[in-house]
Design a protein around this ligand. Sequence first.
Ligand code: AMP
Ligand code: ZN
Length: 132
Amino acid sequence: MDCIFCKIISGEVPSLKVYEDEFTLAFLDINPVNPGHTLVVPKKHLVNFEDADEETLCRLIKIVKKVGFSLKNNLSAPGYNVAVNNDPIAGQVVPHLHFHVIPRKENDNIKLWPQRSYAGGEATEILKKIKI
Ligand code: AMP
Ligand code: ZN
């Protein structure tokens, strides 16, 4: 399979590993938003959240927390962003599920997405559709 993250997991493509266990690998993003930007991936090839079972997701989020802890403690980052671009429309370029863990600094000038207001009645219409 021609998946860059599977190649990293198999060792065919080199990476700078932050953490590894039987199920999960964390490595430095090659083009970081900020230095220390880490990707946390399942070793099994899963495309997105819908592809992943709950156990795998639990394992991943535990490692995301460990990585965040290390970024805070060892890079003096006051905080970090955790992001998943789920599917191409959301910006997913590599079709192998991954969490971005991005350390933040004061005045690092990173802006997240713009927000808007709801039009009258729009929020309740949306809620009717998506309430679980
Ligand atoms: P996404 O847009 O959410 O699919 O993110 C994919 C991420 O993978 C990007 O931030 C890339 O910089 C990163 N990336 C792509 N190839 C490599 C690689 N060989 N080693 C490390 N990170 C990579
Ligand atoms: Zn893969």
